[in-house]
Design a protein around this ligand. Structure first.
Ligand code: NAD
Length: 356
């Protein structure tokens, strides 16, 4: 099959790590007889420098007409002092909304060879960790009504958490469908003992669970979920939650794995078009030095194959190659431990591509 992929390399280490993800995709193409056509477009600081806009219209159009989008990272000190609407991050929010991406998928996987990087006691993660957080991305308190007013105690500020049944059902279906592609277990996280929006969330999720009898479903309050993540993280498979709870819990979950350079993410919407990127930023402190860890971006490409193209064997081939590279002792300097074969960005990408 032939797939077109819009490629946003971005700023800082973005170009270096995306090049290695493309190397992995090309190796998959060769092994499984697919061809990937890359359309490189600008976003973030490099787009500001070239066009004066963080998200040029041409970028949006090319992304919309591609089968999927691969992104490195944007931003850096050079653009930090620009006004809000000219900041590179504006490009990120803009592209997510232009593509209608309402679900953020973030796996947190503890790779056995990196077990030492996990900050939890070994007995807590003895059964490993492989969970997927599904976070609602375009609703809730981050987009609700907000403002300042004067109240009894003087100046007040408020933000509103609001979800429609439609928005909950949409993210719920995504989570149930994703659970079917994994171990078929889903935990929905809310605060239904206090919040009305969470009570509607729970009602809709229960309704949906009737449509997915193959998925083992449970509710959990967010405070308990925060605790369970550090007490028994191996109990989770897929977790679905609102925008704000997901923002906080997904960082907690990723911290458990111990390395920011290992974690991919996907933002998806209606249809198969998605945006795939590492969770880390553009790391300007190490840009251009060939030391950035490209594995989070390579694993983001694997997520693209799985979720946008439904190419499960191909996605597994990338993930297994990453696993083997680590088992064979290859490490970029952020993961270096005693006895490791410390390699640069390009070499790590080549090792993974060869193992594919
Ligand atoms: P960061 O994630 O870029 O870096 C945090 C630390 O982790 C740094 O020490 C960095 O060297 C290290 N690091 C990050 N990725 C790494 C990798 N692949 N390999 C090895 N080490 C890695 O976060 P920051 O420093 O807060 O932000 C830097 C810039 O990135 C800012 O301009 C910020 O706005 C932007 N940013 C962009 C995104 C995105 O594009 N999605 C996300 C977060 C931050």
């Amino acid at each position: 099959m032939k797939y077109t992929i819009a490629v946003i390399k971005g700023d800082g280490i973005g170009p270096e790590i995306v090049n290695e993800a493309m190397k992995a995709l090309d190796a998959v193409g060769k092994r499984f007889s697919h061809s990937f056509e890359y359309r490189q477009v600008l976003m973030g600081g490099c787009a500001l420098d070239a066009t004066g806009e963080p998200l040029p219209e041409e970028t949006v159009n090319i992304c919309k007409s591609s089968d999927s989008v691969l992104l490195g990272a944007v931003g850096g000190p050079k653009w930090d002092t620009l006004p809000g609407d000219k900041r590179p991050e504006k490009g990120l929010l803009g592209i997510r909304s232009a593509l209608g991406l309402y679900a953020n998928l973030r796996p947190a996987v503890l790779f056995e060879p990196l077990r030492d990087a996990c900050p939890l006691k070994p007995n807590i993660v003895s059964e490993g960790l492989d969970l997927l957080m599904v976070r609602e991305l375009t609703g809730g308190i981050y987009f609700g009504e907000r403002g300042r007013r004067s109240g009894k105690g003087g100046e007040e500020a408020y933000d509103t958490e609001s979800y429609s049944a439609y928005e909950i059902e949409r993210i719920g279906r995504t989570a149930f469908d994703v659970a079917l592609k994994r171990k078929s277990r889903l935990t929905s996280i809310d605060k239904a003992n206090v919040l009305e929006s969470s009570r509607l969330w729970r009602e809709v999720m229960h309704r949906l669970s009737g449509e997915y009898p193959q998925v083992e479903y449970e509710d959990m309050l967010v405070d308990n979920a925060a605790m369970q993540l550090v007490r028994n993280p191996g109990r989770f498979d897929v977790v679905v939650t609102s925008n704000m709870f997901g923002d906080i819990l997904s960082d907690e979950a990723s911290m458990i794995t111990g390395s920011i350079g290992m974690l991919p993410s996907a933002s998806i919407g209606v249809g198969s078009l998605g945006l795939y990127e590492p969770i880390h930023g553009s790391a300007p402190d190490i840009a251009g030095k060939d030391i950035a860890n490209p594995l989070a971006t390579i694993l983001s490409a694997a997520m693209m194959l799985r979720y946008s193209f439904s190419l499960t064997d191909e996605a597994n081939a990338i993930e297994n190659a990453v696993y083997k590279a680590l088992t064979n002792g290859y490490r970029t300097s952020d993961l270096a431990s005693e006895g490791a074969k410390v390699v640069g960005t390009r070499k790590m990408g080549t090792v993974v591509a060869e193992l594919i």
